[in-house]
Design a protein around this ligand. Structure first.
Ligand code: SF4
Length: 317
């Protein structure tokens, strides 16, 4: 069955049929679908590989198919293109973008380098290709501490996320870390009062938290880690109840892996509206038309690849 474009946008379209069509089309067109844990469960279900930023970057590097369809926000599509430039990379929605990726500028970095000549610029993977191009090394939330420790530089400028920067700094007190004032609007919005309310309601539950949250919340958590690390921690824990302080898309994988455990989110429920722009209908439309390609100049790909490649190399050592 082939859907016309009008039908694709029709909410009455049968989800099961769309999923089957996506599976047929990706084979026919030699496309590998990568998806981040924060996209909707329906989208995760049709993906060939689901992961956090680090796992997705590693997977993108070795894709053999002609095309990568990246179900995530724009910096993730850019990273896939940088790591595997001969492939066509498609995004289901070019407007799905991470606000934090734009919270630091190349001018700020140049000014810090002038002020502190020996500094290493460490950029969180949630940054634009232009920022990666002027950074020394890229990191993800799962390898930031390990990589900053390994750098020879005593002074570090950590961009763009202030919360992840502070989390890293607390564990590496021997280094001087300068922070940028960027933040993830989704994690930053989780309030201390919401956490204390959940702790009051679920007294035996363990608190797991992503380091994009503020340090006052991290101080009350039982475990701090990246999305993948939280998933591993919950799976191996004997506890049956968890208060989860990260984007709610993680629930799909948490429930899949731990059907008997219970998960609670804060009352305002952390949802990334940009990740939720990736719908099954848009995935299907993108596969059908092979549209929304990530376009970057060869020069930008070359300049941005050094910091990403250095991350993969240091993380593997
Ligand atoms: S959850 Fe936060 S950091 Fe992740 S894409 Fe959304 S806005 Fe960006």
């Amino acid at each position: 069955m082939v859907f016309g474009m009008e039908n694709v946008m029709n909410k009455a379209a049968d989800i099961t049929d769309i999923k089957q069509e996506i599976i047929r089309l990706k084979k026919e067109k030699d496309v590998l679908i990568l998806a981040h844990y924060y996209v909707d469960g329906d989208v995760q279900e049709i993906a060939d590989f689901v992961g956090d930023s680090f796992a997705l970057a590693k997977r993108a590097e070795t894709v053999e198919q002609q095309t990568i369809l990246f179900c995530g926000v724009s910096f993730m599509g850019e990273s896939a293109k940088i790591l595997n430039p001969s492939k066509k990379v498609l995004l289901p929605d070019l407007l799905a973008d991470c606000p934090m990726a734009h919270m630091v500028t190349t001018e700020q970095i140049a000014a810090m380098r002038r002020e502190h000549p020996g500094i290493a610029v460490v950029c969180y993977v949630n940054s634009t290709a232009e920022i990666k191009a002027v950074s020394d090394v890229c990191v993800t939330s799962s390898n930031a501490v390990k990589i900053v420790k390994k750098l020879g530089n005593k002074e570090i400028y950590f961009v763009p996320d202030k919360h992840l920067g502070h989390f890293v700094a607390e564990q590496i007190p021997e280094k001087t870390i300068y922070f940028n004032d960027g933040f993830c609007p989704v994690h930053d919005a989780i309030k201390l009062s919401e956490l204390t309310a959940e702790k009051e309601k679920h007294k035996g539950a363990l608190v797991v938290i992503h380091p994009e949250c503020s340090s006052e919340l991290i101080a009350l958590a039982d475990y701090t880690g990246s999305t993948k690390e939280i998933l591993e921690y919950v799976k191996s824990s004997a506890s049956m109840e968890f208060i989860v302080l990260t984007e709610a898309g993680i629930l799909y994988e948490l429930q899949k892996n731990n059907p008997d455990k219970r998960f609670y989110f804060t009352e305002s429920i952390p949802i990334c509206n940009d990740m939720k722009k990736i719908t099954l209908e848009k995935v299907y439309a993108s596969l059908l038309t092979m549209e929304h390609e990530v376009i970057m100049t060869e020069e930008l790909i070359r300049e941005a690849s050094a910091s990403l490649m250095k991350m993969l190399q240091l993380a593997a050592e």
